[in-house]
Design a protein around this ligand. Structure first.
Ligand code: MN
Length: 131
């Protein structure tokens, strides 16, 4: 069921793999307004006009990797409070402390096999207020 009108929170997906972007969008689009970006640079170019309430951030990205993108977000006054969830390859998820210490709010492992895991993490962290 799509939320038809009124205030819909915005989620930015920064992920260079189009299949992964589309999968995340398919899971979330009935509940949130989704913007997709293939790189941090693309996202930063849009964030001043289209600031998200939550960011899903791939770790392995061209140009700037996910940790560098996160550092940039955390050093910008206008962006630093946005919750950022790491999208990590399954093999990396053992490093929970590493991701949290780096400043991520949480992480979701890829491939996303269970819609409810992603929906629950997003619901836990997403900013409630209009920006
Ligand atoms: Mn990637």
């Amino acid at each position: 069921m799509r939320v038809a009108k009124g205030f819909m929170q915005k989620i930015a997906i920064i992920e260079d793999n189009p299949d992964n972007r589309l999968l995340a969008e398919a899971i979330l689009q009935d509940f949130y307004a989704i913007s997709q970006y293939a790189s941090g640079r693309e996202a930063f170019a849009d964030f001043n006009e289209n600031k998200p309430h939550l960011i899903l951030l791939d770790i392995s990205l061209p140009e700037m990797d996910g940790l560098q993108v996160l550092q940039k977000i955390r050093t910008e006054n206008n962006w630093k409070k946005i919750p950022v969830i790491a999208l990590t390859a399954h093999a990396m998820t053992g490093d929970r402390q590493k991701f949290l210490a780096a400043g991520f709010n949480d992480y979701v492992s890829k491939p996303i096999l269970d819609d409810t895991v992603l929906l629950a993490v997003v619901a836990q962290w997403i900013l409630r207020d209009e920006l």
